[in-house]
Unconditional design. Structure first.
Length: 188
């Protein structure tokens, strides 16, 4: 589990242990959509930003109002030199953007201020490379529509590309089985 915004995966053998859920304590910046350079500049200026810790998965309702926007940040350390990693999301309400080492790797909807925000809570898988050592994951999320819950509500998984593809395929198969079952019941 992540602690205080850091997760050391150097002893995790992806080939043997599989994909890992990025659960635990993430850094949390309420009411702001930040990029890596915003957080580093803030560190140099003696912590002007309000940084908290938040448990992922879970709603941000204990930290701020349910409707709004926020940035999550986790630093992960990997030891192997696997050329391609992947990340799989499930439910990040209601829109999100994932940035790894300064590069956007995935997006669902448009996390932004209310006037330019677009809600789409769609799971996805993305693929990218990581460097050996510390890597930064930033999740920008916004919810201006759904007052019941907000934030990263289900685990985000990190693994080798083939492992993430398998997770995505299993989730898709599960969804099709449920849709088919309801369709058959509806026809009956």
């Amino acid at each position: 589990k992540a602690e205080k915004g850091f997760l050391d995966l150097t002893s995790w053998q992806f080939a043997d242990d599989g994909a890992v859920p990025l659960d635990g304590e993430w850094e949390f910046y309420p009411d702001k959509l930040l990029y890596s350079e915003d957080i580093s500049v803030d560190s140099a200026e003696e912590n002007v930003l309000e940084q908290k810790l938040i448990e992922v998965p879970g709603s941000w309702s204990d930290q701020m109002q349910t409707l709004g926007m926020a940035t999550y940040r986790l630093q992960i350390k990997v030891g192997d030199e696997n050329p391609v990693y992947g990340i799989k999301t499930s439910s990040i309400q209601m829109s999100n953007r994932i940035i790894i080492n300064g590069q956007m790797v995935g997006q669902s909807g448009i996390p932004a201020e209310r006037h330019s925000y677009e809600a789409v809570n769609k799971p996805y898988a993305s693929f990218f490379t990581l460097k050996p050592g510390w890597n930064e994951i930033i999740v920008q999320t916004a919810n201006h529509d759904f007052p019941a819950s907000s934030g990263v509500n289900e685990s985000i998984y990190l693994g080798q590309a083939a492992q993430i593809s398998n997770l995505r395929d299993k989730a898709l198969t599960h969804d099709w089985i449920i849709v088919t079952a309801f369709l058959i019941m509806g026809l009956y």
